[in-house]
Design a protein around this ligand. Structure first.
Ligand code: FAD
Ligand code: ZN
Length: 464
């Protein structure tokens, strides 16, 4: 398939972007080809760094005509090994498409090029007293193009939705170079198929996202955070119901750490100062944001009181300063930093809340039945039904990960859950796609791929 040897194509591609718009050989930095998950490190023959949508279009047109495969790339923080190139693929990075085109306070939207980092967008929104609600640990390096391509979730989905819910318009380029200009600011637009949704969450397989119009929200002026210790998962589920009904739309995060993860953070993430003892079965980080600081805090404290008095919550630490708010969030974020315990193979699954307590016990039981000395931790965005699991079965964790995957995903299938809540399928999960999608669904996905990218040049081998 790879025809990058064709010097004619290489010369044509270089001419499209001009000097500075490409890199080759030793000039290509390892960040542009090394997979974060350690799955591969294939040096690409060419790295394309276009600056405009027109250049992206011309690159795709040239590659389409000779069936040259492409690995599109944002910040390379994806967790399913999608963006790192495979043998023979050229890389198309959005690292030079970093322009914030416009912040429009009348429509509460921002227009951005695909390569703008999430944190830049958050800061730009704040300058206009607005909020871009998407937030995740990789905010400093991930790009909005990557966020859209993976339909990223993160910490505030419970209130604001996934990336899919935060997009008004998308400009994308099809495999043959056709530019699909859906870049408008209309929140209501029922003119047939919602084409932007084809590109959101399709992991670079149906088209390349070059620009987007994203939705901004009013910036909240209150934030309250507490860490609570609870006995069992049934209390966690009841606490969530109470929080949702009494806090309403103020509830902005409901993050949970199982006891196993809390202990791992205490032991292996030294910069985190855990404010509760290790004696609780579950730890809930609860956060509210609103527009009336005094009333919001009263509502927050009343809800926590009610939860304590009814015996749902055993102990509560309320953050009374910005520093303490950051400290409590650092405990939660510590779950992604438990590396001292060895390589942690990570999962991102979703299931119904009332199955989650059983799932946590059962998944550990099944993995331990095979590898008794397993280190395992569960945590996640439980308000959205999303659990992350980290597992180390010993030095052979990486080599045997497909066997662990089989145990985890089989249980997910039994519970009618999803093998990917927010990270996508990429290459890492593709052999398990059928555990969460039916044959007709997969067939329809393949039909779309065939129609939109008949030569299969965009992210080939990803998803299926
Ligand atoms: P990349 O990794 O570069 O690419 C991801 C995929 O999108 C690839 O398939 C790539 O080909 C494709 N792609 C990239 N740009 C484009 C484009 N412009 N057009 C078409 N396709 C494109 N994810 C969550 O959902 N929630 C979390 O809470 C979360 N937390 C994280 C915490 C940490 C510490 C880390 C390292 C990752 C986390 N992630 C999380 C995963 C990751 O950050 C997201 O998937 C992010 O959206 C990827 O963005 P990126 O720019 O790095 O994309
Ligand atoms: Zn997550």
């Amino acid at each position: 398939m790879a025809i990058v040897e064709s010097s004619e194509l290489i010369e044509q591609l270089k001419a499209i972007v001009g000097p500075g718009g490409y890199r080759e050989g030793e000039d290509i930095d390892s960040k542009n080809y090394k997979d974060l998950m350690g799955a591969r490190s294939v040096h690409p023959p060419l790295l394309m760094r276009p600056e405009t949508t027109e250049q992206v279009s011309q690159i795709l047109k040239a590659c389409h005509s000779v069936k040259q495969p492409i690995a599109p790339q944002g910040g390379m923080t994806g967790l399913v090994s999608g963006a790192a190139p495979l043998d023979g693929e050229i890389v198309l990075s959005f690292e030079r498409m970093k322009e914030v085109v416009e912040v429009d306070k009348f429509t509460s939207t921002m227009t951005v090029q695909a390569g703008v980092e999430l944190q830049t967008i958050q800061e730009k929104a704040e300058e206009s007293n607005l909020l871009f609600p998407l937030d995740l640990g990789a905010r400093g390096s991930c790009t909005i193009g990557g966020n859209l391509a993976t339909n990223a979730g993160g910490n505030r989905v419970i209130r604001y939705g996934m990336t899919r819910d935060l997009v008004v318009g998308v400009e994308a380029v099809l495999a043959d170079g056709t530019i699909i200009d859906g870049l408008h600011k209309l929140r209501k637009n029922n003119t047939g198929y919602d084409l932007k949704q084809l590109f959101i969450g399709s992991e670079g397989t149906l088209g390349l996202i070059t620009q987007a119009v994203i939705k901004l929200a009013p910036k909240p002026n209150s934030q309250a955070v507490a860490l609570c210790g609870l006995k069992s998962f049934s209390e966690v589920a009841d606490f969530l119901v109470l929080a949702q009904s009494s806090l309403g739309s103020n509830l902005s995060a409901f993050e949970v750490l199982w006891n196993n993860t809390y202990k791992l953070i205490d032991e292996y993430v030294p910069h985190v100062d855990s404010p509760l003892s290790q004696s609780f079965g579950f730890y809930v980080l609860i956060e509210t944001m609103g527009s009336n600081a005094e009333q919001d805090l009263d509502l927050f404290l009343n809800t926590l009181n009610e939860a304590s008095e009814s015996g749902l919550v055993e102990e509560v630490v309320v953050a009374d300063s910005d520093t303490k708010i950051r400290n409590i969030w650092a405990v939660r974020d510590g779950a992604a930093e438990v590396i001292g315990a060895g390589y942690m193979h990570a999962y991102d699954v979703s299931l119904n809340i009332d199955d989650m307590g059983y799932f946590g016990d059962e998944v550990e039981k099944r993995i331990r039945a095979k590898w008794e000395q397993t280190t395992i931790g569960l945590f996640g965005h439980i308000g959205d039904g999303n659990v992350h699991i980290i597992v180390n079965i010993g030095p052979e964790t990486r080599d045997l990960h497909l066997e662990i995957d089989e145990i985890v995903y089989r249980l997910i299938q039994e519970l009618n859950g999803s093998i990917s809540a927010e990270h996508g399928i990429g290459i890492m999960k593709k052999q398990f796609l059928e555990y969460s999608k039916s044959d007709p669904e997969i067939q329809l996905m393949k039909t779309l791929k065939q129609t939109m990218d008949p030569h299969g040049i965009l992210s080939p081998g990803r998803i299926f």
